[in-house]
Design a protein around this ligand. Structure first.
Ligand code: SF4
Length: 358
């Protein structure tokens, strides 16, 4: 398949690209807190949440300490689609979004009347920064007869340029719906998810053009090491997120979004699962299916070169300490230009309506 939007080498890891490495290099080392310090932060945060009419909306990939805190409050731990829906339906006046920046922006676009805070504004995503608006918009302009479908992991500017926003939970269904009505598609930014969609729907030729982006966490999963692991655990089912490379998805027993992976672990008969997605999801997996065993799929981190090792370094920037500081000082507020927000709302609303109708 040779319809990628840029001519970068196919073997080049996204983490090796200059703009991604620059961002990774800026991530400060994580301060390890004692059990007592964590408990103190948790207590103080719970008091502030009530005093400031705030809920926490966090992603499955964040630190289990944050997910446990949400379990004790009225917040939400979810995938990005459910985070968006929860935030817009919530009656709280302030949303504390723990995740990466595009999640905070999405929350603000959907709830412009709410204050949206984040523990840090520096947490980004290799998919988001790999799809800059000027280059992407120029690419779209070269293909005016294509519908532009972008993944939720994009900036507000890129969403505003799109016809549709989707998450991994509904990506295949939305593209299938558009192809069925005769549309051709620009898919951005995740090339692995794009290839999965092409394969799944049997799309041919230039029906779907792919932007050349990838997630630094999921592109680390390696087929040979996964095969070795399957020999060790012959009864285990492989559950994979579609941001993983196609060779991994082809051997997986189930491919789906984070929520779909959790549901599969609960409902499938197997007792052991090899899981190819960010390791933050293990907290919810173990909670949802406590008698089952979950094994991390192998990454290229067997050597000394791993920059992610199945843990998103940007998700890891969300700590109790930063959350507390942001809540106390009402800092790290997400701002989205109102006009841009209105434009981005159109494809986002299509996403939410599609989910609700299907
Ligand atoms: S896990 Fe991958 S897709 Fe998710 S925020 Fe991190 S870099 Fe982006």
């Amino acid at each position: 398949m040779n319809n990628l939007a840029s001519n970068s080498s196919e073997n080049e890891l996204i983490a090796d690209r200059v703009f991604v490495r620059e961002s990774l290099d800026k991530i400060p080392a994580k301060r390890q807190l004692s059990v007592q310090e964590n408990a103190d932060y948790e207590r103080k945060i719970i008091a502030l949440l009530a005093a400031k009419n705030t809920v926490i909306v966090t992603h499955y990939y964040t630190d289990p300490l944050l997910q446990a805190l949400v379990d004790k409050t009225e917040g939400c731990v979810a995938d990005s689609l459910e985070m968006a829906r929860f935030g817009s339906d919530s009656s709280a006046s302030t949303l504390m979004v723990c995740g990466v920046k595009f999640m905070g922006e999405t929350a603000k676009i959907l709830s412009p009347e709410k204050t949206v805070l984040m523990p840090t504004l520096e947490a980004t995503c290799s998919l988001d920064i790999g799809c800059p608006i000027d280059a992407f918009s120029a690419f779209c302009d070269q293909h005016p007869d294509y519908k532009v479908v972008v993944y939720a992991n994009t900036s507000a500017d890129v969403k505003a340029r799109a016809d549709w926003v989707v998450t991994s939970a509904i990506a295949v269904d939305v593209v299938e719906h558009l192809l069925a009505q005769g549309d051709k598609i620009i898919w951005a930014p995740d090339k692995h998810l794009g290839r999965y969609i092409q394969n799944k729907l049997g799309a041919e030729g230039d029906e779907i053009l792919l932007w050349d982006g990838a997630c630094i966490v999921h592109e680390e999963f390696k087929l040979k090491a996964l095969g070795d692991m399957q020999h060790l655990y012959p009864d285990a089912a492989v559950l994979a997120h579609p941001e993983s490379p196609l060779v991994i998805l082809e051997v997986a027993d189930m491919v789906g979004s984070t929520t779909q992976i959790i549901n599969a672990a609960v409902n499938r008969p197997e007792q052991q699962f090899i899981v190819a997605t960010d390791s933050g999801i293990f907290y919810k997996l173990q909670q949802a299916a406590p008698k089952k065993e979950f094994i991390m799929a192998p990454t290229s981190g067997e050597g000394a070169t791993c920059r992610s090792c199945a843990q998103c370094p940007w998700m890891g920037m969300n700590t109790l300490e930063r959350l507390y500081d942001s809540l106390l000082q009402e800092s790290n507020e997400i701002k989205v230009d109102p006009e841009l927000g209105k434009q981005a709302m159109v494809p986002l609303q299509r996403m939410l309506n599609f989910k609700r109708n299907n």
